[in-house]
Write a protein that binds this ligand. Structure first.
Ligand SMILES: *Cc1c(COP(=O)(O)O)cnc(C)c1O
Length: 395
């Protein structure tokens, strides 16, 4: 082994960011609930308050437990800096509102996360920021839109719920050439499977609520990138106040210790399930980038180290009613809106990612009524396959 070699993802998941928090010989990161941090020496207080000396002043701004969480994800994404927020949407809105000014233009795709899409269609236009949403798989159209002017390019891959793939290297290059800040939502892939910064993006962000935490018991969001951009986003968030709570930061940190293990297992399980369903008589189509037949397979193979735990499939009996029959007959899956947890979670777009759309709007977006989103858990693969087969046999 080479000396000074960078530790791997598994090692980073467990150790990164924690070294200096071994307070009074504790081996685990303390949850610092203190709202404020006191100073007897007012000169020192002032130095810390002005950011000239390391330390904490007030937990809306910074907090020791939250800082360890930020340091760990920073190491995993191989970034200079990170800042966090109370939810994924908290960090997405902080990023967009911190960086965009009236008169500027965002280029993105139609298949971003539902909440992000609402910011694009409802809130950014209010402050006179123009947003162009392109067809997700049409790379030429996205590039053509970027060339017409772009201050911020916002990408997400794989997407929700039909698991489309964007070429991050190609599009980041196009964005950078136009002088845009390139932002990537890496929630579905996780840093174990995909590193957007290495592919040319400026910022990578996560709903930590999903895979990073992994246990569906804490909300959080985080963005990583270079010092200057992160400073701007941090400042917006500290003033607007969507701060990550220390207890949630701790739960997310503890979850992240097993991130590499969980994601490797979920990659394996999802691929086997996708292959199994691909030849199942009740299934019309499986959407999973690990399948050779998937439209984005080649790009996914190039830019991802694993194809992820998210897949979706369309029933031959293409109706909301059939989806209900399948879901209610599954033993080892929560029917719920979240994803990325240790348990398998299933749900239709009509109650999860696209709940705000009408049936017609979903149809126009190419989202069939008989689609089921499947977030693969870490259960034994044979049990998951038996459970699916049994539920599908009730149709
Ligand atoms: C869930 C999710 C979000 C929003 O995160 P919250 O923690 O729910 O606010 C953003 N992007 C993606 C891809 C998500 O799955």
């Amino acid at each position: 082994m080479k000396k000074n070699q960078k530790p791997g993802k598994g090692t980073c998941s467990v150790w990164a960011g924690e070294e200096k928090y071994l307070m009074q010989n504790a081996t685990q990161v303390p949850v610092v609930h203190s709202v404020s941090f006191g100073y007897k020496d007012i000169d020192e207080w002032q130095q810390v308050a002005l950011g000239k000396q390391k330390g904490h002043i007030y937990s809306r701004n910074t907090n020791p437990t939250v800082e360890v969480f930020e340091n760990k994800i920073c190491a995993l994404e191989n970034a200079q800096a990170a800042t966090s927020a109370s939810t994924g949407m908290g960090i997405i809105s902080s990023t967009l509102f911190a960086l965009l000014l009236p008169g500027q233009k965002v280029v993105s795709v139609k298949d971003t996360y539902g909440g992000t899409n609402k910011i694009f269609t409802e809130f950014l236009p209010r402050i006179n920021v123009e947003v162009k949403l392109c067809d997700t798989t049409d790379h030429e159209a996205i590039e053509a839109e970027i060339v017409k002017g772009c201050d911020l390019l916002y990408l997400e891959t794989p997407t929700n719920p039909t698991i489309k793939i964007l070429d991050l290297e190609r599009l980041s290059k196009a964005g950078k050439k136009q002088g845009a800040v390139v932002v990537v939502d890496n929630t579905f892939a996780t840093p174990i499977n995909q590193q957007p910064l290495a592919l040319g993006a400026d910022l990578v962000l996560h709903s930590a609520t999903k895979y990073l935490g992994g246990h569906a018991d804490a909300l959080g969001g985080v963005v990583c990138g270079d010092n200057e951009l992160i400073k701007q986003i941090y400042h917006y968030r500290e003033i607007n106040g969507a701060t990550l709570d220390p207890m949630s930061a701790y739960l997310l940190l503890r979850g992240m210790k097993t991130l590499a293990l969980r994601v490797e297992r979920q990659n394996q399980n999802a691929l086997e399930i996708a292959q199994h369903l691909d030849s199942h008589p009740e299934i019309e189509k499986v959407f999973y980038p690990g399948l050779k037949s998937h439209e984005g397979h080649k790009i996914a193979k190039k830019q991802m180290q694993g194809f992820g735990g998210m897949l979706s499939f369309r029933l031959k009996k293409d109706s909301f009613e059939s989806v209900g029959i399948v879901l209610s007959n599954m033993k080892y899956a929560h029917s719920a809106a979240n994803l990325g947890a240790v348990e398998t979670i299933v749900g239709p777009p009509a109650t999860t990612s696209h709940v705000e759309c009408t049936r017609e709007e979903r149809q126009a977006m190419g989202i069939p009524e008989g689609l089921i989103r499947y977030s693969t858990g870490i259960e034994d693969i044979n049990d998951l396959i038996d459970d699916l087969d049994n539920a599908l046999s009730k149709l």
